[in-house]
Design a protein around this ligand. Structure first.
Ligand code: SF4
Length: 393
């Protein structure tokens, strides 16, 4: 009953592992994996690495052993998301639009607000999620770089999330007219099954790097997987857009933990010429309370991040389940440490993102960027269900 009625679509689990192996075995296809931020914090929880550290480098090596032509990083696309979303925020503020702008990278939250608070759904950012931005760029920008027909590119997402299976099938997520931008979405549990079924000896693997250029990411992209991360990454770049200078990379660290007050954290930051009031919430009970406060006029914000799962994607419905243990806080710490140790911590400094804009997209919010990287939330209405074949109905 829960699965049938889940408002977020997060409980509709479907095993797509064999579909992916069929594509890998098809000699016509260039098969590309993208790996979401939170997957690197949990991918080895159900595997025996013989005491070795479950680093992102070993995760890349393991996924490559499944037979992919390229293993790329969704965090590259998270950096692109920030370029678009921070630009969208600055444009809305400059136009004097009434806030808040809501983040839109969590399909669980998008479905929730459309279903329960339709009057607020128009406040969603139009910027696509990193998963969908990756798919769109893989089948356009990268297809051009490779000189390959996009119809022959097959994109597989490894996600901590079940709702992402549904997001990939939404109307409008087909940038080239050749099929969905993301062909298959697998959870971390499905990744574990794939590695076991193909007898990948993860304990023997050395670290390997993501392929380039869509495997280059910054610390700002990595923290998308933990509550407050999208907000923090966006504020770093919004500050740069407003001043032409980088803030301290940790200047907005106060958004990292949700407050005890009302179930969400609120803060006010100074941007030159104005104050920016933000809120961060995770978990649908907290999202519900925040939406109710907004509708009643009891709260007012410029920018709001909401993730449907408690703690963000680190606590996602596609993560490994270990009876009686909640590992989301540990996974969140892992992502924070990866950010702190990253050479680059600002999305706008990602050299691969810069090259993509210079050579293909033009500028954030350009006509091509709007066409490929933004979506119309009004293109579909609730209820929307995904069928066993991956289509929406
Ligand atoms: Fe999916 Fe949960 Fe992350 Fe939302 S918070 S994108 S539902 S894993």
């Amino acid at each position: 009953q829960c699965i049938a009625n889940c408002p977020t679509g997060a409980l509709h689990e479907r095993d797509d592992t064999e579909r992916v192996f069929e594509a890998i075995n098809d000699p016509e296809k260039v098969v590309i994996a993208q790996v979401a931020p939170a997957v690197r914090s949990s991918w080895a929880e159900m595997l025996d690495l013989g005491g070795k550290a479950p680093t992102p480098g070993r995760m890349v090596a393991a996924i490559r052993r499944l037979g992919f032509d390229y293993v790329f990083d969704t965090d590259f696309a998270a950096d692109v998301t920030i370029m678009e979303e921070a630009s969208e925020l600055m444009a809305r503020l400059a136009a004097g639009e009434e806030g808040p702008m809501f983040t839109s990278c969590c399909p669980g939250w998008v479905r929730f607000v459309k279903d329960r608070y339709p009057a607020l759904a128009g406040k969603l950012s139009t910027t696509k999620s990193p998963q969908q931005i990756f798919g769109a760029l893989a089948k356009t920008y990268y297809a051009q770089l490779l000189g390959v027909d996009p119809a022959n590119i097959y994109v597989v997402s490894y996600m901590p999330c079940i709702a992402k299976k549904m997001e990939a099938a939404y109307p409008g997520m087909d940038s080239t007219g050749t099929g969905p931008d993301v062909d298959a979405v697998l959870t971390v549990r499905e990744l574990t099954r794939q590695l076991r079924s193909r007898f990948v000896n993860v304990d023997l693997l050395e670290e390997e790097e993501f392929d380039r250029p869509l495997g280059v990411a910054t610390g700002a992209g990595h923290i998308f997987g933990v509550t407050g991360g999208v907000m923090e990454a966006a504020l770093r770049t919004a500050y740069f857009f407003a001043t032409g200078e980088n803030p301290d990379a940790d200047a907005f660290h106060e958004v990292r933990h949700e407050g005890p007050e009302r179930g969400w954290r609120e803060k006010t930051f100074d941007l030159p010429g104005r104050q920016l009031k933000i809120a961060v919430a995770s978990g649908l009970a907290n999202a519900d309370a925040l939406c109710r406060a907004l509708e009643r006029g009891e709260a007012r914000y410029d920018f709001v991040e909401i993730m449907a799962c408690p703690g963000g994607c680190v606590g996602g419905g596609g993560q490994p389940i270990i009876e009686g243990i909640n590992l989301s806080a540990d996974r969140g710490c892992t992502l924070r440490i990866i950010d702190e140790q990253s050479e680059l911590r600002f999305s706008h400094e990602n050299p691969a993102v810069k090259a993509c804009y210079d050579g293909f997209l033009g500028e954030p919010l350009s006509e091509r960027a709007e066409e490929l990287l933004h979506s119309d939330h009004a293109a579909w209405t609730m209820p929307l269900r995904v069928t066993a074949g991956g289509a929406v109905a």
